[in-house]
Design a protein around this ligand. Structure first.
Ligand SMILES: [Zn+2]
Length: 92
């Protein structure tokens, strides 16, 4: 997944913000799925659907939450000022 990306610095910041919004949205959906799974005895069908959704989110997170410049995975945090691999600035 290491593809050279000639994005200029401003484009890297914009692309990072897009990826960060998607990351927040998908993590929020996973959070609600965890809540639904907590009530599995009351609504087992919804709990199974929530579990399937959470599993489907894993590859999306692994693909989305990457540095726009070097494609390195950005880890478990929600904010990265700099890429841990290439050091490009991601947040102002
Ligand atoms: Zn990077």
């Amino acid at each position: 997944m290491n593809t050279p990306n000639p994005l200029p610095e401003q484009s890297i910041l914009v692309e990072y913000q897009k990826r960060q919004r998607r990351h927040w949205a998908i993590c929020a959906s996973v959070y609600f799925c965890v809540l639904i799974c907590g009530k599995a005895e009351e609504s087992p069908v919804e709990a199974v659907a929530a579990g399937v959704w959470m599993l489907a989110c894993i590859p999306f997170i692994l693909v989305n939450w990457r540095c726009p410049k070097c494609d390195a995975y950005l880890g478990r945090c929600f904010h990265r000022r700099f890429c841990p691999k290439c050091g490009v600035q991601l947040e102002v």
